[in-house]
Design a protein around this ligand. Sequence first.
Ligand SMILES: [Zn+2]
Length: 89
Amino acid sequence: MAEINAFQKKLIEALQAKKVSALCPCCGQNNWTIVDKVVSLPVAEAESVYRIPPPFVPSGGLVCNNCGFVRLHALLPLSIDPKEKGGVP
Ligand SMILES: [Zn+2]
């Protein structure tokens, strides 16, 4: 396993604490690459107002190494601060 940074470690620990299934929902394998930074999931504005940067949900991302399925977990319910060192994209 490749070396992981503090953000990846925190994400793994938080998901394990929540007893999240480690199995891929598409292929059933447990073989993930954990994105090493916060993934910014953009949120559409109700009105045609543009903001830079756009509003987003800070998330932790995992990619299945077998089938490519991408899963995202919002960081807020996991009590992970996206602005902590190592997490900011
Ligand atoms: Zn998979």
